[in-house]
Design a protein around this ligand. Structure first.
Ligand code: NAP
Length: 281
């Protein structure tokens, strides 16, 4: 069994981005710039935003930070997005989700210019992904493809089962795996005989949000197992995935740990999307 080291692979991606960003600055005088907006003071969101700013610093991007009070109105937020949409020096705009309840998440996503939507949440980018055109791809699914490719795991022709159908992980990941020529099944809470469905998988991806739900009984001998889940144990405070690592690692050929698997890839791919936005690739 091989452990897929997401920390190492995300570091490689960030170092590649850093080198390309430096070249862009040198050759064209363009400094990649990401604007990050946080509304309210949710502690988890504050940590995510801080990590994104740190990553920008590491790869040599400029980051603009807007930390707005909880009572910010939707109108005020949309005005800020509009200003950033029209600012040519800004290449990526990210609004940290979730936004407070009085703000309509969809209106916010729709307001971001698809050309600056480095999270890949705008319906236009989702549509482009669906029809196989270039556009920004949601960072966690894009990171999973990189983990597989950089571990030399063949995707083409493989049976892939994804457990979870969210808009930010399961669905875009299914489209990406399809683009890579996998035969894709998406399972969810209404799926019958989930164990049997999962056991068909050469590549099994769990994006459920239920601690250690995927035990060895769900896994075919020699399968590749990707664990997207991030669950915190209430008693110990420790993080664990959707996969029961101990049991499953005995049976699979490759597995991602939690933490240190899919998690670090998300920010690395965000940096990559910002770079692509600036280079126009
Ligand atoms: P989500 O929006 O809550 O979606 C969960 C999905 O799992 C839903 O499609 C749901 O089915 C399905 N599901 C729930 N219980 C199930 C069951 N018993 N059997 C089969 N399917 C079941 O979650 P998400 O945003 O996709 O996130 C999933 C996990 O990934 C979470 O732990 C989250 O923290 C983590 N995550 C990690 C990263 C990262 O960077 N590593 C990024 C994003 C998310 P229905 O649609 O039928 O309800």
């Amino acid at each position: 069994m091989n452990i897929i080291d997401g920390k190492l692979i995300s570091q490689q991606v960030k170092d590649e981005v850093k080198a390309k960003a430096a070249k862009l600055k040198e050759s064209k005088g363009i400094e990649v710039c990401l604007a990050v907006i946080l509304v309210g003071s949710d502690p988890a969101s504050q940590v995510y935003v801080r990590n994104k700013k740190k990553a920008c610093e590491y790869v040599g991007f400029k980051s603009l930070s807007y930390e707005l009070p909880e009572e910010t109105t939707q109108e005020e937020l949309l005005q800020l997005i509009d200003k950033l949409n029209n600012d040519e020096t800004v290449h990526g705009i990210l609004v940290q989700m979730p936004v407070p309840e009085h703000i309509d998440e969809k209106a916010v996503i729709d307001a971001i210019s698809p050309r600056k939507d480095v999270d890949g949440f705008h319906p236009m980018n989702v549509g482009e992904l669906c029809i196989g055109e270039p556009g920004f791809v949601s960072c966690t699914p894009a990171g999973i493809i990189q983990l597989l490719k950089r571990s030399n795991i063949d995707i083409s022709g493989k049976e892939c089962v994804i457990v979870g159908r969210s808009n930010i992980v399961g669905k875009p990941l299914a489209l990406l795996m399809l683009r890579e020529n996998a035969t894709v099944t998406i399972a969810h809470s209404k799926t019958k005989n989930l164990k049997e469905v999962c056991k068909r998988a050469d590549i099994l991806i769990a994006a459920v949000g239920k601690a250690k739900m995927i035990t060895e009984d769900y896994v075919k001998e020699g399968a590749v197992v990707i664990d997207v889940g991030i669950n915190r144990n209430q008693d110990t405070g420790k993080l664990c995935g959707d996969v029961d690592f101990e049991g499953v690692s005995e049976k699979c050929s490759y597995i991602t740990p939690v933490p240190g698997g899919v998690g670090p890839m998300t920010i690395a791919m965000l940096m990559n999307n910002c770079l692509e936005s600036a280079t126009g690739e």
